[in-house]
Design a protein around this ligand. Structure first.
Ligand code: NAD
Length: 500
């Protein structure tokens, strides 16, 4: 057995017991079988390891009806601190099932166990606890009014924040459960109910999570999961008349289509989309530390992060030393099956995705960039690809403008602060950006001038549950995380009380 072969004997009993079957939908607390199913493929082997269900229109209708019933029934009747208590319990249960859930997610996505345990389980538990606290802190305003055409009497005004209704959430495969929890936790905290569609490749961890929610005392119908294809099941959700808000994370092209559909139906929507985030190393950056940070900004999660640092701009005075170091890190990364303890990098999500990423590398070379690391793929049935660095990147190159969503870094040198700001902002995306420098005045200037929803200083891709995370430009509309994401799941009601 080669170190690239996923060794399924490493799976614990819980994951093994859960995996090998056709998984139904989760509607109104029940496991619902459908007529059609599809194969789930292990990206590390190209082999089928379980099947998932393809929802049809009937099942989407049933799931929205279950969410509506829960919204008007048991969930609405609970006091806010009861919602809080159950979300806290769910966080504990999730942690207690860390091994099972992280193994299941690793098998579906090819992501490293350390990553699925750290992000999909531990970070999600943290997010659930943070969001749980908001359930008891949603407030309105109180004021005395002066309606000019009601000259006599006493007028008081109040605002209430009410749950927006049934939320339709659609999420990608790159951090499947983690991003699902970014949708579910604020929705439930605000008193909404939800129908969530995971990406077709990664439905199992979120289905398991939905069952844990029942154990935590979250009533049937509050969380519903419908699995299947985006063009069919996703569109049905977006267009369903009883869905009040669409919360989407995925590509810009799908997000654009959803925005048009949702706007036509006057639904609320929040879109967390693609990125092409720059990492900027100024002349005073520590070469070793910042090269290490830049390498893992793109190679972490095999480059499949929305805010991966996929463009690297290095001051000319340190450029050659940094690129040499980043290339060395790339060359030293050992590819390995993701279930293996201590693995540093596993496969990308599928062989089809690997082909797409490889085409971008070829395009970069054809357009004049210089390959300084990677570019070759191992002979294996798994979707493994070597971390790749291309230097001499120019703004017009396709792989500099497009989101690649793989372990491919486009690097370039610059001479001045103005020049690098204009290079960094020369993108249709605006999700994240990072600057490595200790010059305080420069930090203030650059934070202000970078066109991105998140700007990090001396670190890249640091997301905290208390801070809003969202994109500018074609990277999206609205925010996940933080107070902003809870408030987005509410609608304001104004009330006037009149006493003669
Ligand atoms: P994708 O857009 O192809 O799919 C995302 C989800 O939308 C999936 O569940 C898919 O089945 C569904 N979908 C596809 N077509 C649909 C349609 N017509 N109507 C409704 N739903 C549809 O994206 P992906 O390949 O799964 O994920 C990668 C993308 O996600 C990248 O662009 C990445 O940057 C983005 N992403 C963004 C963030 C963020 O927070 N900004 C986070 C993670 C990933």
């Amino acid at each position: 057995m080669s170190h690239l072969d996923n060794d399924l004997s490493l799976l614990g009993d819980a994951a093994r017991g859960y995996l090998g079957r056709t998984h139904g939908l989760h509607i109104g607390g029940e496991d619902v079988a459908t007529r059609h199913s599809y194969a789930l493929i292990d990206p590390a082997s190209g082999q089928e390891f379980a099947r998932a269900s393809e929802a049809g229109e009937d099942e989407v209708d049933r799931s929205v009806a279950a969410a509506r019933n829960a919204l008007e029934g048991e969930w609405k009747a609970l006091r806010p601190h009861e919602r809080e208590r159950r979300l806290l319990k769910l966080a504990d249960l999730l942690e207690a099932h860390e091994r099972e859930i992280s193994e299941v997610e690793t098998l579906c996505s090819g992501r490293l166990l350390a990553n699925t345990a750290g992000v999909d389980v531990q970070y999600s538990a943290h997010a659930l606890r943070y969001m749980a606290g908001w359930a008891t802190k949603l407030e309105g305003q109180t004021m005395r009014l002066s309606v000019p055409y009601v000259p006599e009497g006493d007028l008081r005004g109040f605002t209430f924040r009410e749950p927006v209704g049934v939320v339709g959430a659609i999420v990608p495969w790159n951090v499947a459960l983690g991003i699902a929890v970014w949708k579910i936790a604020p929705a439930l905290s605000a008193g909404c109910t939800i129908v969530l569609k995971p990406a077709p490749q990664t439905p199992l961890s979120v289905l398991r999570f939905a069952r844990l929610a029942l154990e935590a005392g979250i009533p049937e119908g509050v969380i519903n999961i419908v699995t299947g294809s985006g063009s069919a099941v996703g569109e049905m959700l977006v267009n369903h008349r009883d869905i009040a808000m669409i919360s989407f994370t995925g590509s810009t092209s799908v997000g654009r289509a959803i925005a048009v559909q949702a706007a036509g139906q006057f639904k609320k929507y929040s879109l967390e989309l693609g990125g092409k985030s720059p990492v900027i190393l100024m002349e005073d950056a520590d070469i070793d530390a910042s090269a290490h940070a830049a390498a893992w900004a793109i190679f972490g999660n095999h480059g499949q992060n929305c805010c991966a640092g996929s463009r690297l701009y290095v001051h000319r005075s340190i450029h050659d030393a940094v690129i040499e170091r980043v290339a060395q890190i790339a060359n030293e990364i050992e590819l390995s099956a993701p279930l293996r303890p201590g693995a540093a990098m596993g496969p990308v999500i599928s062989r089809a995705h690997r082909e797409r990423v490889s085409d971008y590398i070829e395009a970069g070379v054809a357009q004049g960039a210089k390959l300084v690391a990677g570019g070759r793929n191992p002979e294996h049935d798994g979707a493994y690809m070597r971390p790749t660095v291309l230097a001499g990147a120019e703004s017009e190159m396709t792989p500099v403008q497009d989101e690649i969503f793989g372990p491919v870094l486009m690097a370039a040198a610059f001479d001045t602060e103005d020049e690098v700001l204009s290079l960094a902002n020369d993108s249709r995306f605006g999700l994240g950006a990072s600057v490595f420098t200790n010059d305080a005045e420069r930090i203030h200037r650059m934070v202000e001038r970078l066109e991105a929803g998140s700007v990090w200083i001396n670190i890249h891709n640091a997301l905290d549950v208390a801070l809003p995370f969202g994109g500018w430009k074609e990277s999206g509309v609205g925010n996940d995380l933080g107070e902003a994401s809870v408030l987005a799941h509410t609608r304001l009601k104004a009330s006037v009380h009149y006493h003669r």
